[in-house]
Design a protein around this ligand. Structure first.
Ligand code: ADP
Ligand code: MG
Length: 342
C-alpha cells in the first residue's frame, strides 16, 4: 500500500496548482483535507462566502456516510448486513439505494463489477490494509460465495442469500460520497469547487473566472508521480480505477486491489487505468472499476451503450484510448504514452 497516500497528495497538489490565482473581486480559495474516511484522502477546494461553515457541514456528512458504508466496522450498515447473512437487515435508505445502484452496474457489466466480492477482498486482506497472497483453494472457496444475483433489497432493508456471503461497497462508495458532497455544496450556493476523493474527482461549475476546469490525470504507474494529461470540463465527475495505488508485492509479483470476480485474482485485462467522465461520480466510480476489470474492448462496448458516458483507457502497452466525446477535452502531455484508436 506504500504509494497510496503519497500519490493522492501529489494529485491534490497538481489540482490545486491548476486553480486560478486570486483575481480582483474573488475570494481566496478555501482548501480542506480529511484523511480518516473511505480509506483515502479527500479534499475540497472552493470559492465561497462562509466557506469554512459550508465545509464543516459537508465533512460532517462525509463522516456519517463513512460510518454507514465502511466494510471495516461491525456496526456500519455494511458490517451489519455482513453479520446477518440470509436475513433482512434494516439499513439507511442511502445504503439500500447504493446497493441497488451497485446491482444495476453488476448486471450492466455482467458481473465484472460485483459488490458481493467481499469474501474474496477480505481473504486477500485488502480491506484491513494487510494484504497477502491467499492459497488457490481458499480463493476458489471464497469465490463460490460471490454472486450479485443472490443479493436483494427492499424498502429499508438488504439481504444476502446465505452464510459466507458479504458485500463491499468500496468500488462505489467514494463516488457516492463525492456526489453527496457536491449536492450539499450546491445547496449552500457554491458554484465553483473541486472535490478530490482519492481518484474520484468532481469539477463543480466552472472556475471562478468562468473558464473550464483543467483536471490532471495521474500517471497510472506506481510511484511515477506527475500527470499523464488533463481534461477540461465543467460539472463533471472524473473517476479513475487503476492497479497502481493499492498493491503489495510477494515473491517479485505485484498484486493490486481490484479483483476480477471471474477469477478471484487481481484484474489483468491489459489496462493500467480506466477513467470515466460523466455527470454522476457514483456511476463513474462503478463504471471505472467495471471497465478496469473488463479491459479496452469490453469496456468500450459497455460505455457505448450508455448516454453521456466517456472514457479514457491507458493500456499496459502505454497506449491511451479516448472515446469520441473526449477527443478535444483530453490533452495527453506525457510523451512516453501514445494515443491509440478507440
Ligand atoms: P479505489 O477504491 O482505489 O478508488 P475502485 O473504485 O476501483 O478503486 O474500487 C476498488 C475497491 O472496490 C476495492 O478496494 C474493493 O473494496 C472493491 N472491489 C474490488 N474488486 C471489485 C469488483 N470487481 N467489483 C466491485 N468492487 C470491487
Ligand atoms: Mg470504483
Amino acid at each position: 500500500m506504500k504509494y497510496r497516500i503519497g500519490a493522492l497528495l501529489i494529485c491534490g497538489i497538481l489540482l490545486a496548482g491548476l486553480l486560478p490565482g486570486c483575481t480582483s473581486g474573488q475570494s481566496e480559495p478555501v482548501f480542506r483535507t480529511k484523511t480518516d474516511v473511505f480509506g483515502t484522502v479527500i479534499q475540497i477546494t472552493l470559492h465561497a462566502y462562509e466557506a469554512e461553515d459550508v465545509l464543516d457541514a459537508v465533512f460532517e456528512r462525509m463522516d456519517k456516510l463513512h460510518a454507514l458504508l465502511t466494510v471495516n466496522a461491525v456496526d456500519s450498515d455494511v458490517g451489519r448486513i455482513n453479520q446477518n447473512p440470509g436475513r433482512w437487515t434494516e439499513v439507511d435508505p442511502v445504503t439500500v439505494s447504493l446497493v441497488e445502484t451497485a446491482l444495476r452496474y453488476a448486471r450492466l457489466s455482467d458481473g465484472a463489477f460485483d459488490c458481493t466480492i467481499a469474501p474474496v477482498t477480505t481473504l486477500w486482506g485488502f480491506p484491513s490494509g494487510m494484504p497477502s497472497l491467499p492459497e488457490p483453494a481458499a480463493i476458489r472457496e471464497a469465490l463460490a460465495q460471490v454472486d450479485y444475483t443472490r443479493l436483494e433489497t427492499r424498502d429499508r432493508a438488504v439481504r444476502t442469500a446465505s452464510p459466507g456471503m458479504a458485500i463491499d461497497l468500496g468500488g462505489i462508495a467514494k463516488g457516492y460520497a463525492c456526489d453527496e458532497a457536491a449536492a450539499l455544496l450546491r445547496q449552500q450556493g457554491v458554484t465553483s469547487a473541486i472535490l478530490d476523493f482519492g481518484g474520484n474527482v468532481y469539477a463543480l461549475g466552472n472556475k471562478p473566472d468562468g473558464s473550464l476546469w483543467k483536471v490532471g490525470l495521474q500517471t497510472p504507474v506506481a510511484g511515477a508521480g506527475g500527470i499523464i494529461g488533463h481534461i477540461t470540463c465543467a460539472d463533471k465527475a472524473i473517476v479513475t480505477s487503476g492497479g497502481y495505488e493499492r498493491w503489495f508485492e510477494e515473491n517479485g509479483v505485484t498484486y493490486h486491489h481490484i479483483l476480477d470476480p471471474a477469477t478471484g485474482y487481481p484484474a489483468d485485462s491489459g489496462l493500467l487505468s480506466a477513467t470515466i467522465v460523466t455527470d454522476s461520480a457514483t456511476n463513474a466510480d462503478a463504471l471505472s472499476t467495471a471497465c478496469f476489470v473488463l479491459g479496452v474492448e469490453e469496456g468500450l462496448a459497455l460505455i457505448a451503450g450508455l448516454d453521456g458516458v466517456e472514457a479514457i483507457f491507458v493500456t499496459t502497452a502505454r497506449e491511451v484510448i479516448v472515446t469520441d466525446g473526449l477527443q478535444t477535452a483530453f490533452t495527453l502531455t506525457d510523451e512516453t504514452f501514445t494515443r491509440g484508436k478507440p
